[in-house]
Design a protein. Structure first.
Length: 362
């Protein structure tokens, strides 16, 4: 005898989005913030390291910004060309920054980005190392404020969640849901770092092994955070929306590959928080199941409005952060896309197919 589906489940599950949404918002809001004040006292020397694979257009925007930094100390800018097939090297030379060309490929046992970051760190002369992506945009005073914060608080390093720039509806739908899910399961012991902006003392980098200690990890930034924490180093993650910004993905394909990569690997590090993340994402998309139930005559229409409203209310702060709170009305679709890509990525991991990223399988 077939087992009948209980359509009350998605109705009540949706209302879990409200407390979990509050947890996600409070977790994000509780992160320390970098001061808006630009320090005037002399700061230790800094090397900005940019791992770049086919980043000719982004580097043309980033390098002029970095060359105009307001930094009371010596600054070195270093581009690591990670086997690009475009004019990444030529752009770096045009702006006169230090260039490392990895034309020999990636050493066995390494993935591309940690290898590029490590080669940059080995060649750096600054007392502090700032690893940042080629698609970031930087406030002129941002690095100075971060180095000053780290020195004043006797930190070994720090990382930032920077402002996300979204130019289309799909980006806003997916990234808002992904970030909210991340912080619904965020715990103080997660020790994650954000590879878009990692600042670390050069001495600490070398003592800890740096990216060499996590050379084969797909989420090398998160793995580095855990490696540093296990060794007792202090490298907190902070608010950095006033320091830098990023547009993470240039195309729908790149966004799909990126979220697939992040979703499939996050479970390795989230611990018990992955349960909260999973429940939150499914509660946000549950109104879509309720809608199916209404259309099939299994759920009363009167339940559709409160469930959709609960999902939208839980996600409103995140969609406001990513463009417009009104987009929270579409939150169930964003959560569905995040869930689908995460499941696809997990399946790719389990079947050992790998996930394409930047022209490589990782």
């Amino acid at each position: 005898m077939p087992v009948s589906y209980d359509w009350r489940g998605p109705v009540w599950n949706t209302f879990l989005s409200l407390p979990l949404g509050l947890i996600a918002e409070r977790s994000y809001a509780s992160l320390p913030k970098i001061s808006e004040r630009c320090p005037s006292a002399h700061l230790p020397s800094l090397t900005v390291i940019i791992p770049a694979r086919n980043e000719e257009s982004n580097l043309s925007l980033l390098l002029p910004q970095l060359q105009q930094l307001i930094y009371p100390g010596d600054v070195e800018i270093l581009v690591v060309n990670d086997n690009s097939t475009d004019t990444t090297s030529e752009v770096a030379r045009r702006y006169g920054v230090k260039l490392i060309d990895l034309s020999g490929g990636v050493s066995p046992g390494w993935l591309g980005k940690p290898f590029a970051c490590h080669q940059g760190a080995l060649a750096a002369h600054g007392e502090w190392l700032l690893f940042t992506d080629a698609d970031t945009k930087h406030s002129p005073t941002g690095p100075a404020r971060c180095v000053e914060f780290a020195c004043r608080n006797s930190l070994d390093g720090l990382s930032l969640f920077i402002r996300q720039e979204c130019t289309n509806l799909l980006d806003r739908l997916v990234l808002s849901a992904a970030y909210a899910g991340l912080f619904a399961g965020y715990q103080r012991g997660n020790h994650l770092l954000n590879g878009q902006y990692i600042l670390i003392r050069r001495e600490v980098y070398r003592e800890s092994g740096g990216f060499a200690a996590v050379r084969g990890h797909v989420l090398e930034d998160v793995a580095l955070g855990y490696s540093l924490a296990r060794q007792g180093y202090r490298t907190p993650v902070l608010h950095g929306e006033s320091v830098a910004a990023v547009r993470m993905y240039d195309s729908r394909r790149q966004m799909f590959e990126g979220i697939t990569r992040l979703g499939s690997e996050w479970m390795r590090y989230a611990g018990a928080g992955v349960l909260a993340t999973g429940i939150f994402i499914t509660s946000i998309l549950s109104p879509l199941i309720v809608l199916v139930g209404v259309l099939r005559g299994k759920v009363r229409l009167r339940w559709l409005i409160p469930t959709w409203g609960a999902s939208s209310l839980a996600m409103a702060p995140w969609y406001r952060r990513f463009g417009s709170a009104w987009l929270a009305m579409l939150a169930p679709f964003g959560a569905l896309l995040v869930l689908v890509t995460a499941i696809w990525g997990l399946g790719s991991r389990l079947t050992r197919r790998g996930i394409p990223w930047k022209g490589r399988m990782v």
